[in-house]
Design a protein around this ligand. Structure first.
Ligand code: NCD
Ligand code: ZN
Length: 349
C-alpha cells in the first residue's frame, strides 16, 4: 500500500465561518487545505439578500490569511419574505451559489427560517428555472417527533412533496445522517445531491453518550446509531457522484459547548482531511477520497474541479491542536478518539 496520496485540492460544500473575531480565528483552519467552501448564512441576523451576501463576502475576504487562495461560495438564507427577483439577481451576480432552507427552529440560528413552504413556492420555482440549488437542512421541528427520527420524517413529510411540487429544482440534502437519507438521495436523478460530514463518518451516538456525555460530539442533525453510520460510510466511499463532502464544521466557543444547555456544532475544519483519509483507508477506498472531497461537489454545482493538488502522507500520528484560540474564545477541534495517520504534507498555500 502506498503511503502517499495526491488529489485535487478539496472543497467544503457546507461550512460555518461565523463573523468578526470567530471568523478571523477559524478561517485559516479551512483555507489551509480547502480551495472553496459553501458558506452557511445563519449569522445573527442572517444573510438574506444579495446585499447581505456581498457584505459578508467582503468581510470573509478581508479576514483571509496573507497569501491564502480561497473562494467563499455564498448562500442566501431563505425566509418567507425572500424576493424571487433578489434571488435571481444573486445567482446572476455569480457570487451566490445556493439558497439555504432551514425549517424554522430546526437548529442553531434558524429562528428566521421557513414555517410555511407555500409561502416560498415562488422563490423555489424561480430557482428551478435558473438552476440555482436549494441546500436543505432536513429535519422536521414537530415537537412530537423524536429527535433521532426527524430526518427520516422530514424526507417523507416535507422533502419528497417539495421536490414533486417544484420539478427541476436542484436540491442538496445537507449533512445526511441516516440510512434513510442515503436511500432517498439514491432515489433521485442528477438534480439531487447529498453532503456528508466528517464527524458523522467517524462517530455514532454511542461515542457521544456512553461513559459520559461528550458535548463536543453534539451537533444537529444529531449523530445516530451505528447502522446509520455504516450506511453513511458506504455512501461516502462509494464514489457515487451524488455524495460529496460538507464538513458542517460549526464553531462555538468552549463555554457555549460545555454548558448545561450546550450549542449544537462540531468544529472539524482543522483535521478533516486526516479524518477522511483515515475513514477511506479503513473502508479500503482511498482511491475514492478524491471523488468525495474534490470532484463530486464541483460537478453537482456545475463548477470545474480545482487544478491545484494536495499530497497526503501516511506516517506518525498527526500533530494537531486539541483546541484553537480565537478572539471569540477557545474552540475545541473534533477529536476522533484515536490517532490519525494521514497528514496533509503538501498544499499550495
Ligand atoms: C450548525 C451551527 O452551529 O450553525 N450546527 C450544527 O450542529 N450543525 C447549524 C446546522 O448546520 O445545523
Ligand atoms: Zn451546518
Amino acid at each position: 500500500m502506498s503511503d502517499q496520496l495526491t488529489i485535487r485540492r478539496p472543497d467544503d460544500w457546507h461550512l460555518h465561518l461565523r463573523d468578526g473575531a470567530m471568523l478571523q480565528g477559524v478561517l485559516p483552519e479551512t483555507t489551509r487545505h480547502f480551495a472553496r467552501a459553501i458558506i452557511m448564512p445563519n449569522l445573527v441576523p442572517p444573510v438574506v439578500t444579495l446585499a447581505d451576501a456581498r457584505a459578508y463576502h467582503g468581510r470573509i475576504m478581508a479576514a483571509l490569511p496573507p497569501g491564502a487562495e480561497f473562494e467563499p461560495l455564498m448562500t442566501l438564507y431563505l425566509t418567507e419574505n425572500t424576493d424571487p427577483g433578489d434571488v435571481a439577481a444573486a445567482h446572476a451576480s455569480g457570487l451566490v451559489k445556493a439558497v439555504k432552507l432551514y425549517p424554522a427552529g430546526a437548529t442553531t440560528n434558524s429562528a428566521s427560517g421557513v414555517s410555511n413552504l407555500d409561502a416560498v413556492r415562488p422563490v423555489l420555482e424561480r430557482m428551478a428555472e435558473i438552476g440555482l440549488p436549494l441546500c436543505v437542512h432536513g429535519e422536521v421541528t414537530d415537537p412530537s417527533v423524536d429527535i433521532f427520527d426527524r430526518e427520516a420524517v422530514f424526507i417523507d413529510r416535507v422533502l419528497d412533496p417539495l421536490r414533486r411540487a417544484v420539478p427541476g429544482l436542484r436540491v442538496v440534502m445537507e449533512h445526511i445522517t441516516t440510512a434513510d437519507g442515503v436511500e432517498y438521495a439514491r432515489s433521485g436523478g442528477d438534480d439531487l445531491g447529498a453532503t456528508i460530514t466528517t464527524h458523522h463518518l467517524m462517530i455514532n451516538r454511542n461515542h457521544m453518550l456512553v461513559g459520559g456525555i461528550r458535548p463536543h460530539y453534539y451537533c444537529l442533525p444529531v449523530v445516530k446509531r451505528a447502522r446509520h453510520q455504516r450506511a453513511l460510510r458506504a455512501a461516502a466511499t462509494s464514489g457515487e457522484a451524488r455524495f460529496f463532502l460538507g464538513t458542517d464544521s460549526a464553531p462555538h466557543n468552549d463555554p457555549a459547548k460545555e454548558s448545561a444547555c450546550g450549542c449544537a456544532g462540531v468544529f472539524s475544519a482543522t483535521n478533516t482531511m486526516s479524518c477522511l483519509a483515515y475513514v477511506f483507508e479503513e473502508e479500503g477506498a482511498l482511491e475514492r477520497l478524491e471523488a468525495f472531497a474534490s470532484l463530486n461537489g464541483p460537478a453537482f454545482y456545475g463548477l470545474p474541479p480545482n487544478e491545484a493538488r494536495i499530497t497526503m502522507t501516511r506516517g506518525q500520528p498527526v500533530d494537531y491542536p486539541a483546541k484553537i484560540e480565537t478572539g471569540a474564545g477557545p474552540v475545541t477541534v473534533f477529536d476522533p478518539g484515536h490517532p490519525l495517520l494521514w497528514a496533509v504534507s503538501d498544499a499550495p498555500v
